[in-house]
Write a protein that binds this ligand. Structure first.
Ligand code: SAM
Length: 287
């Protein structure tokens, strides 16, 4: 399916030609050139002039301009030095925009967001670089930062994993971690033709809204994330074997007894456990 030539496609092509920009595969540079998809991301982000936005990977700045028109303030983090002069031109005149040339994974987000937005909650909007989708999402949900929602373009397969129900092949550590913090919604599937250059996979717009109250009661959130990672660390193993191999500080027999005492069969596999059961295990480790 060929993409209809729109203003956005032309703008992106013109910027690439004008600056003789070579897209970098290692930075996951697949620019979004489908106007209807861009509008869908912006619309479902539900932005108003009261909102503070963090954009990860602004690229050439096409979506960034739309964000600046809708939101109060926009902070964008871009790793690629070559894009900085281009962004300075495309974002000229937007006085609610600030750019940081950094690797998002290396930033102390809590400090940066507080410096720029004070105590205001932040909405993340991004067409994510696919080579680091999971570490970025984990950073956003694990760190102690004041986020309200995350609207992102991800590989379709990652979107399916995040929204999965227990028992299926897609249900994993990412599902259990994200669903603890957020209510997730699949917005739409996006074909490779909507990007330039085309990625090798289908994509999906995903919306995650941070919960006001957690769905399960935890004594220590860090322990919950640790238990989840250890349980899924050895996917084909039983829960008991995965926890034993996961350096949780208890020997196998002790773990077997602990699981039995809270009504969980150690022979089950992690993908069959609900959030509530992971919470029960994590709380038992804190005893
Ligand atoms: N926002 C643009 C768009 O929608 O067309 C570009 C999206 S492109 C899929 C991903 C962007 O993330 C690129 O601009 C890339 O250079 C940037 N990027 C890649 N790794 C990054 C990192 N670790 N930190 C910050 N930005 C990164």
């Amino acid at each position: 399916m060929a993409l209809k030539e729109t203003t956005i496609t032309k703008t992106t092509k013109n910027l690439i030609n004008k600056y003789d920009f070579k897209t970098m595969k290692r930075f996951g540079q697949n620019f979004l050139v489908d106007e209807s998809v861009l509008r869908a991301i912006i619309d479902c982000s539900e932005l108003s002039k009261d909102d503070c936005v963090l954009e990860i990977g602004p690229g050439l700045g096409v979506m960034t301009q739309m964000l600046c028109e809708r939101a109060g303030r926009v902070l964008a983090v871009e790793i690629d030095r070559e894009l900085i002069p281009i962004l300075k031109v495309s974002m000229f005149g937007y006085d609610n925009f600030k750019l940081i040339n950094e690797d998002i994974l290396k930033l102390n987000l809590k400090t940066i967001l507080e410096e720029n937005f004070g105590s205001f909650p932040v909405k993340v909007v991004a067409n994510l670089p696919y080579y680091i989708t999971t570490p970025i999402i984990m950073k956003l949900i694990e760190e102690d930062i004041n986020l309200e929602s995350i609207t992102i373009m991800v590989q379709k397969e990652v979107g399916e994993r995040i929204c999965a129900d227990p028992g299926g092949k897609d249900y994993g550590a990412l599902t259990v971690a994200v669903q603890y913090r957020c209510i997730s919604e699949k917005i739409m599937t996006v074909p490779p033709e909507s990007f330039m250059p085309k990625p090798g996979v289908e994509s999906m717009i995903l919306r995650l809204v941070f919960r006001e109250n957690p769905p399960v009661v935890l004594k220590d959130e860090r322990m919950y994330f640790r238990v989840v990672k250890a349980s899924f660390g050895q996917r084909r193993k039983t829960l008991l074997n995965a926890l034993t191999a996961g350096n949780m500080g208890k020997a196998k027999e002790e773990l077997r007894r602990m699981l039995l005492s809270i009504g969980i069969d150690g022979n089950r596999r992690a993908e069959t456990l609900s959030l509530e059961e992971f919470a029960r295990i994590a709380n038992e480790f804190v005893q």
